[in-house]
Design a protein around this ligand. Sequence first.
Ligand SMILES: *Cc1c(COP(=O)(O)O)cnc(C)c1O
Length: 358
Amino acid sequence: MKKHNFFAGPAILPQSVLEQASQAALSFGDMGLSILEISHRSPEFTAVLEEARALAKELLGFGDDYETLFLQGGASSQFFMVPMNLLDKDETACYVDTGNWSNKAIKEVKHFGNIDVIASSKDAGYTYIPKDYEIPSNAKYLHLTSNNTIYGTQFHAFPDTNVPIVCDMSSDIFSRPIPTEKFGMIYAGAQKNMGPAGTTLAIIRKDLLGKVNREIPTMLNYNTHIGKKSAFNTPPVFPIYVSLLTMRWVKEQGGVAAMELYNEEKGALLYDEIDRNPLFVGTSKKEDRSLMNVPFVMEKGYENLETTFLDVCKNNGIMGVKGYRTVGGFRASIYNAMSKESIQTLVDLMKDFADKNA
Ligand SMILES: *Cc1c(COP(=O)(O)O)cnc(C)c1O
């Protein structure tokens, strides 16, 4: 039986993508060879890379002043590559601290320049997205984490500023349209909403590059990869191919606008049940709730039922709903590929569990 996959990452991919990926691992197109055993400079793979680079920009609506790269080292490497490439020693970058991932990004900046953490929701356990803060107009860039995978909060609007926004979109890439004109750069590890672990999508406005006065090691310089169309060295061929399959799937669904509508429906289904159910309570502020990661806990007084509910989930094929260790309780990750039917299965279990235990 195919189970319901609520894991946070690596995470659910569309079934049709997994099938096509499996086929390509045996024989790619009509080549009679696996995609895993052909040259990354073959015309067949070059076509994959070109389509993937173009489709990423097309889906989100980025123009020709931006370049797409498929990098390695995870989204975590972008935490240092961003300031290394964009921030000079005497310049200042602004960061908004909305949880673990922003924190890890913040930690790397001091090696390259000055940092100004202009807002944080740490005071309330990262349960909300800060809104009223000043963005100094001389900041080199403003770094945000659009969706907080662990705390289940999401920016539903991006600040109005002339400072280019650099955004970690690892856990909500391609889940909705974004105001492209606000972004100097976005990046996303593939393994939440796009493909297998092993590649990181980066879309960068070209005019921001080449402005710092430091020596940047070849492999860590965005311009190296831009100059070689993301094939300076051997790129992660399989993660890129599977990411391309997912992007084609997003396009077939009607693009990111259609994904957003579906994600809103799915989110409403689950959040409505959390709000209605006497046993469960959501942990993030309503207006900032994430449509990708839904954390919730047992209502006060019912904490002893937590392991029982996890067992019920497991026995019904609901996988990956145990909460992150610092938040506790449960977290249902409901990325693009998650079906409404799977969420309905979880909702029905929650209802049934409350009927028996509340
Ligand atoms: C998972 C995640 C990361 C880390 O990604 P890696 O590819 O493992 O380095 C960074 N940011 C966010 C928002 C994430 O969800």
